[in-house]
Write a protein that binds this ligand. Structure first.
Ligand code: ATP
Ligand code: MG
Length: 459
C-alpha cells in the first residue's frame, strides 16, 4: 500500500509518516501543494492525506481535481480547528474521511486499517478470477486447446473429475474468445429440478405454469453474444436434452408458454464429471446431443496425474489466504510441501485449496511444518486422534495392571501437559494469548510450565 502526504507543517508530516511506516505503508510527503495533482497522478497512491489549508494551495481545489482521476486514491483530509465548513464541503466532494489536528494516532490507524480491508477485498476477488496455474505437460495441452477454442465458436465439452477446475477453464475459454466483452452465464443443471430446467434455460411467459406470475428471460437470452456454461450436463432429463438439441441446431429459443421465437448467438461450453459415452450406451444421454456438445473436447486430468503443479498451486492459494486473512506473511516449509506432493487428492484442486486455506486460517503466520498437516497427508500417523479416548482408557488400564500408584494425578497431569503444550505451540509461546485459548490465568500457566516441565518451542 502506498500513501502520499501533503501538509505544510513539518511536525504533522513527521508524525503521520511514522504511524504509516509502522503500518507497513510506503510513504512520501510533500510540503507544497502546488503540484499535488500531477504528483498524485504520477505516483498513483492508494491513499492521500491532504491538508485543507496548505501554505501555497487550497486543499479543496486539489481534492476537486483528484476526484476526476480515473484511478483515484482514497483522500483523507487533515483539518485544523475552525475549518468545519470546508470539511463538510470536502466530504461532499468525495473525500473518504478526515482527521482533525491535533492528531489522535488511534484514529489514523483505524482509517488505515479500514482502507486496507477495502483494498484487500478487491484484490482477492480480482486474483481469484484470473490466476490459473498449470505448467505440467498435461495442463499445457489443456491451455493449447483453450487457445484454439477461443478462436472458434464451436461447442466445447470439458470433462474431468470433481474439483479439477472445469469451471475455471470454462471461464478462461470465454475470456480468450472474441465474446469476452459479452456475458458469461453459468447454470448448474444438477441444481435445478428437472421440471424447471427448460424455463430456466429458455425463459417463460407469465402464466406458462403455476407459479409463473410474471415472464422471465432465460439463460440463453441473457447470454446472447456471450457464452453459456452448462455445468453437470449429464443431470439433464432426456426431455430437456431434446429441447436443448433443437435450440442448438436452430440457434433460436422459444420461451415456455410463448409463441414467439428469438434467434440467439451463444457459444456453449458444457462440463461433466461423468462418462457421457457410457451414459449414451445406457440410453441415459442422447447420442446426437453428445456429438453436438463435444465438437471440441477438453479433458482435465486429476491432480494426482500432474503433481508437479502442486507447489505452484499451494503458493497461489497461500497468497490468496494471506490476503483474505489480512496477514503479512505465511508459508509452508520444504518438508511440508514434499509431503503435500505425495498425497493423491481425491477432491483434486478444490481439496488442495481447502487444505491450504484451513491451515492458514488456523495457524496464520506460523510456518506450516509437517506436524501441522492433516493426518490424511502425513499418512495416518495421527490416526490416534480418532480414538484418543480409547488410548486414554487403555493407558489407565495398563497402569492398573502394572499396579501403579497415583494413577489419577499421573493421567491428569499427562493430559494437562499435552493440552497446554499444544496451545503454546499454536500461540508461538505467547502465554497471555494461550491463557485466552485455555481459559485459565496466565499465572496458572506459568506455574504449570514449571511443575509439569513443559517445553516452549518458539519459532
Ligand atoms: N489450475 C488452477 N489454478 C488455480 N486454481 C484452480 C485451478 N483449478 C482449479 N482451481 C480452483 O479449484 C477450485 C475448484 O475448481 P472448479 O470449481 O473449476 O472445479 P470443477 O471441476 O468445476 O469441480 P466440480 O466438478 O466439483 O464442479 C476453484 O476454487 C478453483 O478456483
Ligand atoms: Mg464445477
Amino acid at each position: 500500500m502506498k500513501a502520499l502526504i501533503f501538509d505544510d507543517e513539518r511536525t504533522i508530516r513527521n508524525v503521520l509518516k511514522k504511524v504509516l511506516i509502522k503500518e507497513d505503508i510506503d510513504v512520501k510527503s510533500y510540503e507544497s501543494g502546488k503540484d499535488a495533482p500531477e504528483i498524485i497522478q504520477e505516483e498513483n497512491p492508494d491513499v492521500v492525506f491532504l491538508d485543507i489549508s496548505l501554505g501555497d494551495a487550497d486543499g479543496l481545489d486539489i481534492l476537486k481535481k483528484i476526484i476526476t482521476f480515473e484511478n483515484k486514491p482514497y483522500v483523507i483530509m487533515i483539518s485544523g480547528h475552525n475549518e468545519y465548513n470546508y470539511l463538510i464541503e470536502a466530504m461532499k466532494l468525495g473525500a473518504y474521511d478526515y482527521i482533525p489536528k491535533p492528531f489522535d494516532i488511534n484514529r489514523i490507524r483505524k482509517v488505515i486499517n479500514d482502507i486496507k480491508k477495502i483494498l484487500n477485498i478487491e484484490t482477492v476477488t480480482e486474483t481469484s478470477e484470473i490466476d490459473i496455474i498449470g505448467k505440467s505437460p498435461a495442463m499445457e495441452e489443456v491451455f493449447k486447446v483453450v487457445g484454439r477454442a477461443g478462436a472458434s465458436d464451436e461447442p466445447v465439452l470439458i470433462t474431468g473429475e470433481s474439483g479439477t477446475g472445469k469451471e475455471v477453464i470454462a471461464k478462461l475459454i470465454h475470456k480468450y474468445s472474441n465474446r469476452a466483452d459479452n456475458p458469461f452465464i453459468a447454470i448448474n443443471c444438477a441444481a435445478i429440478p428437472s421440471g424447471l430446467i427448460e424455463a430456466e434455460l429458455f425463459g417463460y411467459e407469465k402464466g406458462a405454469f403455476t407459479g409463473a406470475d410474471r415472464s422471465k428471460k432465460g439463460k440463453f437470452l441473457l447470454a446472447d453474444g456471450g457464452t453459456i456454461f452448462l455445468d453437470e450436463i449429464s443431470e439433464m432429463s432426456l426431455e430437456a436434452q431434446g429441447k436443448l438439441l433443437r435450440v442448438l441446431q436452430e440457434m433460436e429459443v422459444t420461451p415456455v408458454g410463448s409463441s414467439k421465437t428469438y434467434s440467439i448467438d451463444v457459444r456453449v461450453v458444457s462440463a461433466t464429471n461423468k462418462d457421457l459415452i457410457k451414459l449414451v450406451a445406457e440410453g441415459k444421454f442422447r447420442e446426437d446431443l453428445f456429438y453436438r456438445l463435444s465438437v471440441i473436447e477438453i479433458h482435465l486430468p486429476p491432480l494426482r496425474e500432474r503433481k508437479e503443479d502442486i507447489p505452484d498451486l499451494i503458493e497461489l492459494f497461500l497468497k490468496q489466504a494471506i490476503k483474505k486473512y489480512g496477514l503479512k506473511k505465511g508459508g509452508f516449509t520444504k518438508e511440508a510441501i514434499e509431503l503435500m506432493m505425495r498425497y493423491d487428492y481425491p477432491g483434486n484442486v478444490r481439496e488442495l485449496k481447502n487444505i491450504v486455506n484451513k491451515l492458514i486460517a488456523l495457524y496464520r503466520e506460523r510456518p506450516i511444518t509437517p506436524e501441522l498437516l492433516p493426518p490424511k497427508i502425513t499418512g495416518g500417523s495421527s490416526s490416534v486422534k480418532h480414538n484418543w479416548k480409547d488410548s486414554f482408557v487403555a493407558e489407565t488400564r495398563e497402569m492398573i495392571l502394572k499396579n501403579k500408584k497415583n494413577i489419577y494425578t499421573k493421567m491428569i497431569e499427562e493430559a494437562e501437559k499435552l493440552v497446554i503444550e499444544e496451545v503454546l505451540k499454536y500461540t508461538n509461546g505467547n502465554i497471555s494469548e494461550a491463557a485466552k485459548y485455555l481459559g485459565i490465568h496466565r499465572n496458572t500457566i506459568h506455574r504449570k510450565i514449571e511443575d509439569l516441565n513443559i517445553a516452549i518451542n518458539k519459532l
